[in-house]
Design a binder for this molecule. Structure first.
Ligand SMILES: [Zn+2]
Length: 479
């Protein structure tokens, strides 16, 4: 007797797309057979005829339940939406795992990064999410500022404890980690088998352009792409790539924004450097021209949305394999907070994105015939699982993997309204976006958590994931 059989769908597996029946037992995938040949009883049979059966979405980049800097919010004590709300939105959007952050990122000006032990900070975040998440979760560890040697000395222990990825910034005031410290961090992370998640911008160019635009009276928010610009991404990516080359560390570039970033990643991968690139789903749709519309900076996510040719290069990068993952940089606030600041220094980062990534990416790339269903599964789930150390437990419909599954209806067209979405927010940059295909059921470890627009999961369902990156991923580009 199985717990569940999903029957008659087009199943996207690591071997390709086939009509298969998927049997689930004890939270994992127990059997995959040709249609009608799974001759076992089950407590429930789901008819997926006409639907696509995909590995549950993995969202590799979220900022949930953290203080919003006063300079962005216009006031103190604003917090991005809590795990209950973010994971609820995730579940409705076909996402079964997200990776958020723990660590010592300073929020208020003048604040110095915390020096508490890495695992203490991870434990605090884990406790804040346990019992409060509908989906599984994990944390990258942020190393901000001039990281002290004692903290760098704890990297090995953290990796042993299941924290596989470390995030650094090359800009953003007190968050910026100097290159010397980066060399030490990269060496330690490489030595112990972790991977670096890197927010790469050239700090000199960013700060120079901020000063210059202010001086010239051009500091309106719609000029953000002139501050966080293409040259900055080009230089910063290449410096990180050289440092990574010398220290032999694997790199995961978060939120690639520009054609120059895509090119830098592609060149390094052609040299067999273990480098992987992420982009965001709002970067696939909008351009810096959209900043000028009324309330246009709502679409903004740092670094900045660039030109049409950059948007095209990001789409092409996802299609041709130069880029590996889509993410959202999920950062949900209310509209008054998001639009509080209207200058290049005060526009609030991020948006409520975790729910819309799968249907938007499907609409932009699959429905248009640009990519296959296999590639869609790769850039929304499988590659994040591989790069960030969760594969094959996550990211695959395969016997033995967690039964994290999204049933996707390619014929469900939906023009998004706020009523379709489930975040704690009062706006969406995706209102009016016409989705060609939409998730209709989300299954977490064999439990149906969303079905036909109804939330069936509980906040006690989500578990923290211990991660370990496979050595092959760190040796050469493997996905
Ligand atoms: Zn982020």
């Amino acid at each position: 007797m199985l717990d569940l059989i999903i029957r008659g769908g087009r199943v996207v597996t690591p071997e390709g797309v086939s009509e298969l029946d998927v049997g689930i037992q004890g939270g994992v995938i127990a059997a995959m057979t040709w249609p009608g040949t799974l001759d076992v009883e089950a407590l429930r049979i789901i008819d997926a005829a006409g639907k696509i059966v995909l590995p549950g979405g993995i969202e590799p980049h979220t900022h949930i339940g953290i203080p919003v800097p006063r300079v962005w919010a216009g006031r103190s004590e604003v917090i991005t939406q809590p795990p209950e709300a973010a994971s609820r939105a995730a579940a409705f959007g076909g996402v079964t795992t997200f990776i958020d952050f723990a660590g010592n990122l300073p929020i208020t000006p003048g604040e110095t990064p915390s020096t508490n032990p890495i695992m203490q900070q991870v434990e605090e975040r884990r406790n804040a999410f346990a019992g409060h998440s509908y989906t599984d979760f994990a944390f990258h560890y942020i190393m901000a500022g001039a990281v002290p040697p004692e903290t760098i000395g704890q990297i090995g222990e953290a990796i042993q404890s299941g924290v596989a990825s470390f995030k650094i910034f090359t800009t953003f005031n007190a968050a910026r980690c100097p290159y010397g410290h980066l060399q030490d961090i990269f060496e330690q992370v490489a030595h112990h088998g972790g991977i670096m998640a890197v927010h790469a911008e050239d700090d000199d160019i960013v700060t120079h352009m901020e000063e210059k635009l202010k001086r010239e009276g051009r500091d309106q928010g719609y000029n953000l792409h002139l501050v966080h610009n293409n040259i900055s991404e080009d230089i910063a990516f290449r410096q990180i790539l050289r440092l990574a080359y010398h220290t032999e560390v694997g790199i995961y570039f978060v939120h690639t924004t520009a054609k120059e970033g895509v090119a830098a990643i592609a060149e390094a991968r052609a040299q067999q450097q273990p480098v992987y690139g992420e982009t965001l789903h709002n970067y696939l749709e909008f351009t810096c021209e959209d900043y000028k519309k009324p309330g246009g900076t709502a679409i903004h996510t740092y670094p900045a949305i660039k030109y049409p040719e950059d948007r095209d290069a990001l789409q092409e990068g996802l299609a041709d394999g130069s880029l590996c993952t889509t993410a959202t940089d999920e950062y949900t606030t209310y509209k008054d907070v998001k639009l509080s600041g209207d200058t290049i220094e005060t526009v609030c980062g991020g948006h409520n994105g975790i729910e819309t990534r799968l249907p938007v990416t499907y609409t932009k790339l699959v429905a248009t015939g640009r990519i296959s269903l296999e590639r869609f599964a790769a850039i929304t789930s499988t590659n994040a699982a591989k790069i960030l150390g969760m594969y094959p437990q996550k990211g695959a419909i395969a016997v033995g993997s967690d039964a994290d599954i999204v049933v996707f209806d390619p014929n469900l067209n939906k023009k998004l309204t706020l009523d379709d979405l489930h975040a704690d927010s009062d706006y969406s940059i995706w209102e009016g976006f016409e989705c060609k295909g939409y998730p209709v059921m989300t299954i977490l470890r064999g439990k149906v958590i969303v079905e036909d627009g109804k939330l069936l999961g509980e906040t006690s369902d989500g578990r923290w994931l211990s991660r370990k990156v496979a050595p092959g991923i760190l040796a050469r580009p493997m996905c």
